[in-house]
Design a protein around this ligand. Structure first.
Ligand code: OX2
Length: 753
């Protein structure tokens, strides 16, 4: 692809490139890429993958697409020659708001790898007008506002296809929008297909609030991702949204298969569906419905076709996330689907001897994961430990029925975004040291040969300093905070959830604050950075955000402690912020209660960017630890086996742990009088009491060992030579976590494209 920006500027605006402002240049570049992508043919193949997901956390696309097309350096040089900085131009792009956390970001990394490997496969989801929500901090608390990203986006292209979706009592029409998905160095492409509601009405959403009329179903289905499900109307709306998504997806799948020559009896030769978590699982009865009601199949044949084309990925063992819907809700939303689900349940009971433990419908409740396991041909977990837990405990009865369906596919991350785009300094060092092959192979193991090479270690160190400078600038410009130049950067970024234990890091901060107050002055400043959103209806998670913001303010105002300790909570943490913060990190916090984090993917991004991990042996941390070896990682905490035992035997006594003197001091600090005066007393009391009496995710069980480990990490950081080696080894071993590897495994074992 050839780009002449000067000529384009003259042609479009009748002005030289030098005179354009950053926003105009950004739009111009987006147009150029989009127009070029429109001319690229699709990846072809008889069998096509449909990756169904409620979320696609794709991030900004301009830089990524310029990299994929191999024109990034050229564009940068042309802009520089005209006095512009591509970095500043990139900041003008609005980030799409189509996801929440790791689940959605994984889907985005997968689309990148599927396209890069040249496989025929599209993502299918919904076009949320206001995304999840835009997070603001008001009075040291999270406020959720609509994220109106669509006004200023440039990537969506209207597709010809449109369908009718029938709900109980009314029908709606859909519209399809596509975003082209380019692969690295490829001349062919895939797409992200986003369905929208033709009759959607943005004006239902007030300017500063995410409260809208949940009853206006013909107008609201594509307004928000995960609308508040704390009441019946909200829960019902989610079922409507899910059915809207999968009915469109199923119609699209059949349509395209027929276009490509399928007679539908051979549908599994033309299409394979990956169900990303349970949200799209109703695609199973919907495909059956279309085959029977529209295409005249016998029920049994329809089921047998669907069984050969649907695969399910499980991303969590947390009960609250394994969706269960009242059968009555399904009857309201889509009566025919409810009927088919009941028939699928009967068929399954007939086949497997009516075992309630694995039933699809039990006591009037539909277990979506159970349906996906019985009627899919594959189920996978997302890290070795997670898959083992599924097989041995959480889904054990299913594993006994279908051992051949189970497999592990450890998550991965795309190197295009998480190092080439996010960390150009480090990418440059790797090019110089290893040559550029790593950019396609994702193999960084050659770096190990330089473990004792001072020059290479120094260059890696310089790259880290450059990334830190970029992050400091970003945090100053977007958050108004200044980070000391020599600070150790310690980061925990992820959705706010008790199992991820941001509250445990908050207790460490309290400990450190008191320690400094007691005169133990650290060797250098420590900056602890949080980022993440909390579901608006998740009260304790909101309380945890409040505590963090309060600690941040409290410490910043303390003249004795603030030169040594800083707490930053990034407002509206998103992919763009991640790209600035992750490359700058020294310490990666992965401190979930063992057994609860299915995989984690930020752990992989941090490692790739040279951070050293401080972690429990949970999710993919276990695999990271195996790869890098004990001397290059810091692990602590109760094992997943022991945690499972404590739950099974109801043997965890939070209050006994709270009563230990060192622990009580920390927990009680949450509700100290000065905090209660400065912050929200109700939130602080609630969080304090929750930790002192319940502590469901056992932060108090691991807190003492955590504090010790962290102090060891900080001490070891001062041995700069040894630390640099640890950092190098982490980068060198990160190749195992390329999403290209993950996608090859999905394709070889499941999709067979
Ligand atoms: C997340 C999991 O919590 C995380 O551990 C995993 O890395 C990610 O999915 C991608 O597999 N919602 N988000 C997740 O699971 C669910 C449900």
């Amino acid at each position: 692809m050839k780009i002449d920006l000067e000529a384009r500027s003259q042609e479009k605006f009748g002005r030289p490139l030098a005179e354009l402002d950053d926003t105009t240049i950004c739009t111009m570049l987006e147009d150029i890429v989009r127009e070029h992508a429109a001319t690229m043919p699709l990846n072809e193949g008889k069998r096509r993958l449909y990756y169904l997901s409620a979320e696609f956390l794709i991030g900004r696309l301009l830089t990524n697409n310029l990299i994929e097309l191999g024109v990034y350096d050229d564009v940068k040089a042309q802009l520089a020659a005209a006095g512009h900085d591509l970095g500043a131009v990139e900041e003008r792009e609005v980030e799409p708001s189509l996801g929440n956390g790791g689940l959605g970001r994984l889907a985005a990394c997968f689309l990148d790898s599927i396209a890069t490997l040249g496989l025929p496969g599209d993502g299918v989801g919904l076009n949320y007008h206001y995304g999840l929500f835009h997070q603001r901090f008001v009075d040291l608390q999270q406020a959720a506002e609509p994220d109106g990203w669509l006004d200023r986006q440039d990537w969506l292209v209207k597709d010809e296809k449109a369908y009718t979706v029938e709900f109980g009592g009314f029908t709606v029409k859909s519209r399809l929008y596509d975003i082209d998905v380019l692969g690295y160095g490829r001349t062919t492409k895939n797409r992200l297909r986003l369905f929208d509601l033709e009759s959607v009405d943005d004006s239902l959403v007030p300017v500063n609030s995410i409260d809208f009329d949940k009853g206006e179903l013909a107008k609201n289905l594509t307004l928000f991702l995960y609308p508040d499900d704390s009441d019946d109307a909200g829960r019902l709306l989610r079922v409507y949204q899910e059915y809207f998504m999968v009915s469109n997806a199923a119609q699209l799948i059949l349509d395209e298969a027929v276009e490509r020559g399928s007679n539908l009896h051979d549908l599994p030769d033309y299409a394979v569906v990956q169900i990303n978590d349970t949200h799209p699982s109703m695609v199973i009865p919907e495909l059956v419905r279309l085959l029977v009601d529209v295409h005249g199949f016998e029920f049994d044949e329809a089921v047998s076709v669907v069984r050969r084309m649907v695969a399910y990925t499980n991303h969590t063992i947390l009960a609250e996330a394994l969706e269960k819907w009242p059968l009555e809700s399904l009857k309201t939303v889509a009566p025919r689907i409810a009927e088919i689900v009941v028939k699928l349940d009967e068929l399954e009971r007939a086949e497997n001897g009516s075992n309630d433990a694995v039933a699809i419908v039990r006591d009037g409740v539909v277990h979506m994961a159970h349906m996906a396991i019985h009627y899919g041909f594959s189920i996978n977990g997302v890290a070795a430990l997670h898959t083992k837990i599924l097989e041995d405990t959480e889904l054990h009865p299913f594993y006994e029925l279908y051992p051949e369906k189970f497999s592990n596919k450890t998550n991965g991350i795309t190197f295009r975004r998480w190092i080439m785009d996010a960390n150009p300094a480090l990418s440059g060092v790797l090019d110089d040291v290893l040559g550029t092959d790593w950019r396609t192979s994702c193999d960084l193991s050659g770096l190990l040969a330089f473990k004792d090479d001072d020059a290479v270690l120094a260059r890696l160190d310089d790259a880290k300093s450059e990334a830190k400078a970029g992050m400091r600038e970003f945090l100053w410009e977007t958050q108004g905070v200044r980070i000391p130049e020599d600070a150790i950067i310690d980061v925990q970024v992820k959705r706010i959830h008790e199992y991820k234990r941001q509250q445990m890091l908050a207790l460490y901060i309290i400990w450190k604050y008191l320690d400094i107050k007691n005169g133990n002055i650290p060797a250098r400043p420590l900056t602890i950075i949080f980022g993440g959103k909390a579901a608006p209806a998740y009260t304790i998670a909101q309380d945890i955000i409040h505590l963090i913001l309060l600690l941040s303010r409290w410490i910043a105002a303390d003249p004795v402690v603030s030169p040594h300790l800083q707490v930053v909570m990034i407002e509206n943490y998103n992919v763009s912020a991640a790209e600035r913060v992750i490359p700058a990190a020294d310490i990666s916090e992965q401190i979930s209660l063992a057994s609860k984090e299915a995989s984690g993917t930020s752990n992989m991004k941090f490692m790739l960017n040279g951070a050293v991990t401080l972690c429990t042996l949970d999710g993919a941390n276990v695999e990271i630890a195996d790869l890098v070896g004990d001397e290059n990682i810091y692990t602590f905490g109760t094992s997943s086996k022991e945690v499972e035992r404590l739950y099974a035997e109801h043997a965890y006594d939070a209050h006994a742990h709270y009563l230990r003197p060192g622990v009580k001091l920390l927990v009680d600090f949450i509700a100290n009088p000065a905090f209660l005066a400065l912050g929200n007393a109700e939130r602080l009391h609630r969080l304090h009491d929750d930790m002192a009496w319940k502590d469901w995710f056992m932060a108090l069980l691991d807190i003492e060992e955590y504090i010790q480990k962290k102090e060891q990490v900080l001490a070891d950081y001062e041995n700069r030579d040894a630390w640099r080696k640890k950092s190098l080894v982490n980068i060198a071993k990160a190749g195992a976590f390329s999403s290209d590897r993950t996608i090859r495994q999905y394709n070889e074992d499941i999709w067979h494209l």
